[in-house]
Ligand binder design. Structure first.
Ligand code: NAD
Ligand code: UFG
Length: 336
């Protein structure tokens, strides 16, 4: 397939591009590098021996996107591009609504104009808000608790309506917590500034960039009192996109599918796992709960197995080993 990957220079996008190229697909990346480093492209080439086409375009720029479609006639789109920091979305709601919604609307209009109607969209477990029951199935009520989550819900709603019209094949993958890095140590997560997410923060403590971790709350209703999440290895997540692409023509109605491991891991368990992987001590303080956090979140993954024939292969220990390889071989991320 000829696959156009929006946001393909980002964390999940770059790992997916590697898997696509390794499976013999051709790849066109459109990414304005608002949250990615240009060096990732050379790393992708080192891993795969192939180079994807790359366009440094903003997806909101309809004329440029139209040109990309005219030149490359993609068969399918994987749509990763978007802003994703929850806290920032609360501070800059207009920027988040504008970027995430306008880019998606522009993409969908251009797709329609070129009769390209196969799309896999990056949704998130954030659409479940604070879940009533665990594990979370796709039938759980949808609710957003911040502007970032609202953009995911709004886009899913649009896609649901569009999927009812002729010839569209649409799958939204609802990711749980992506972690880890490619086993080569050449690509991984490279957050700018202070990491918001747990594993990149732990990893920066291990390498000595940050003094200690703040554990946000140990009084949740969980076995050790710390928050529980479903951490999914980014290479497993990348493979889920390939599985979705190969099943996309089977979907005649809108499909939203959870992508997780089905297993929950607490903050303290993740620290233990990272300490074992890195042979470094991770000092931490217990702080009050972080506003907006929920106690536990993990996926029911039966639908992904039934519909896509996909399930996670890698454990949290393997994710920590791969994150540590990436962090220790690239202490400054992609910057040299
Ligand atoms: P990322 O920030 O690393 O990748 C997103 C990419 O999109 C970046 O390279 C950025 O430069 C690009 N981009 C943003 N706006 C753009 C625009 N208008 N035009 C062109 N390019 C643009 O994030 P990621 O972690 O790889 O996430 C990919 C997708 O998965 C996002 O949609 C995110 O919301 C979703 N998601 C991520 C997580 C997570 O925890 N990482 C969880 C659930 C869902
Ligand atoms: N945590 C800490 N210390 C930190 C960072 C996190 O203790 O420095 C804890 C949190 O309280 C939580 C767990 O680690 O219990 C995981 O937190 P993350 O910030 O890594 O992940 P979240 O589950 O809060 O959020 C992530 C993405 C969201 C997405 C959500 C659901 O950041 O965008 O998963 O998919 F919406």
């Amino acid at each position: 397939m000829n696959v156009l990957v929006t946001g393909g220079a980002g964390y999940i996008g770059s790992h997916t591009v590697v898997q696509l190229l390794n499976q013999g697909h051709s790849v066109i990346i459109v990414d304005n590098l608002v949250n990615a480093h240009p060096n990732v492209l050379e790393r992708i080439e080192r891993i795969t021996g192939k180079s994807p086409m790359f366009y440094d375009y903003d997806l909101c720029d309809e004329r440029s996107l139209d040109e990309v479609f005219s030149v490359h006639s993609p068969d399918a789109i994987i749509h990763f591009a978007g802003l994703k920091a929850v806290g920032e979305s609360v501070e800059q709601p207009l920027r988040y609504y504008h970027n995430n919604l306008t880019s998606t609307l522009t993409l969908l209009r251009v797709m329609q104009r070129h009769s390209v109607k196969n799309i896999v969209f990056s949704s998130s477990a954030t659409v479940y808000g604070d879940p009533d029951t665990l594990p979370i199935t796709e039938a759980a009520p949808l609710k957003a608790t911040n502007p970032y989550g609202q953009t995911k819900l709004m886009i899913e709603t649009m896609l649901m309506d569009i999927a009812k019209t002729a010839d569209w094949h649409i799958i939204s993958l609802r990711y749980f917590n992506p972690v880890g890095a490619h086993q080569s140590g050449l690509i991984g997560e490279d957050p700018s500034g202070t990491p918001n997410n747990l594993l990149p923060y732990v990893s920066q403590v291990a390498i000595g960039k940050r003094e200690k971790l703040s554990v946000f709350g140990n009084d949740y209703n969980t076995p050790d009192g710390t928050g529980i999440r479903d951490y999914i290895h980014v290479v497993d997540l990348a493979d889920a996109h390939l599985a979705a692409l190969s099943h996309i023509k089977d979907t005649t109605t809108y499909r939203a599918i959870n992508i997780g491991t089905g297993k929950g891991t607490s903050v303290l368990e993740l620290i233990d796992s990272f300490q074992a992987a890195s042979s470094k001590e991770i000092p931490y303080d217990i702080l009050p709960r972080r506003a907006g956090d929920i106690a536990s979140c993990y996926a029911d993954v039966a639908l992904a197995k039934d519909e896509l024939g996909w399930e996670a292969k890698y454990s949290i220990d393997e994710a920590c080993e791969d994150s540590w390889r990436w962090q220790s071989q690239n202490p400054n991320g992609y910057s040299e």
